[in-house]
Design a protein around this ligand. Structure first.
Ligand code: AKB
Length: 314
């Protein structure tokens, strides 16, 4: 029987587009999508779909055995803003799900794992400009703590148990197909929806809050690329810095105004401002570019063009 891929948390913002991409590469029947409900009907109806709770080791193991799964992409997580509202839930989901897939690999039920980390591993004491791969990491959000300690566990399982786990530190991911949920960088998607629907947007971050961002196509490309690279070239087994563009809410608003001249933006910072204040402004991803030839394609101008075009169509 040929080996197969399981995507856990496939109904989410990144999981849903990753499922489509992996199905186009490896074939529809070789990529099993899973989540905890049937809410994403497009995903449920477009290929094999299973209900799997990432926190439940047995249900993951049963699914892996049923389909002879070789590779797991663990995309289920509670993001930064929601994590601050439900700290213990965020800790439980983010850590238990990671241990479950690492232990499945340790027990040889699967061979390879993708687990996303985030720029949230950094904190207020981290150098903000061109943040290096190896630097001070004192995250001050629960989400960031789960990602930081998760990275340590990934490296530990790789070194002690030879688990082939690969990871990248995603910046804010900009996409038009599936909405994100509960992140601090979500404003950078919402702004396009509101620009088209209402011609105005009230941003929960200040106009000059610069954060690293990436268009979904680039994020998917990076994910596929690190997973298909030769194992020897993946020298970092905690998580790779990954970068594309960095911008502020004002810069997004200005790029939208080029298409919608009357677009108006206002700013009412809330608790998410504190989260953003602890994150880098820009990221140095030299290691990813050297080790597995990472390169991004979308800058802010291209992101805005694509977001407005696709959202207007849909
Ligand atoms: C969030 O804002 O929480 C996420 C992230 C940067 O990991 N988008």
């Amino acid at each position: 029987m040929s080996s197969k891929i399981l995507i856990v948390g496939a109904a989410g913002q990144i999981g849903s587009e990753l499922t489509t991409k992996l199905r186009s590469i490896y074939g529809k029947d070789n990529v099993i999508a899973s989540d905890i409900n049937y809410n994403n009907t497009e995903l449920v109806n477009s290929g094999i779909f299973e209900i799997v709770d990432a926190k439940d080791y047995v249900s993951l193991k049963v699914c892996c055995e049923k389909y002879n799964i070789d590779t797991i992409y663990l995309m289920a997580a509670m993001l930064s803003a929601t994590g601050e509202k439900y700290p213990m839930k965020a800790w439980d989901l983010n850590m238990e799900s990671l241990f479950n897939v690492l232990n499945l690999a340790k027990a040889k039920f699967v061979n390879k794992i993708f687990w996303p980390s985030s720029i949230a591993v950094f904190g207020p004491t981290t150098p903000k400009e061109n943040t290096p791969q190896y630097t001070i990491m004192e995250p001050n959000t629960v989400y960031g703590m789960t990602k930081q300690v998760g990275e340590r566990w990934c490296q530990y399982y790789n070194e002690k148990y030879n688990v082939d786990v690969r990871s990248i530190r995603y910046p804010g991911i900009i996409s038009w197909k599936t909405l994100p949920g509960g992140g601090t960088t979500d404003y950078a998607i919402d702004i396009y929806h509101k620009a088209l629907a209402e011609g105005k947007y009230n941003c929960f971050l200040t106009e000059d809050t610069e954060l690293p961002m990436m268009f979904m196509d680039d994020a998917i490309e990076a994910t596929v690329s690190i997973m298909s690279a030769n194992s020897d070239s993946i020298k970092i087994r905690s998580s790779y810095n990954l970068s594309a563009v960095s911008y502020t809410p004002k810069q997004v608003a200005d790029s939208i105004k080029k298409h919608i001249p009357d677009f108006k933006i206002s700013y009412t910072p809330d608790f998410r401002q504190d989260i953003a204040n602890g994150w880098p402004k820009s990221i140095d991803d030299t290691e990813a570019r050297n080790d597995w030839n990472w390169n991004h394609s979308f800058d802010l101008k291209l992101i805005t063009n694509e977001m407005l075009k696709q959202l207007a169509k849909n």
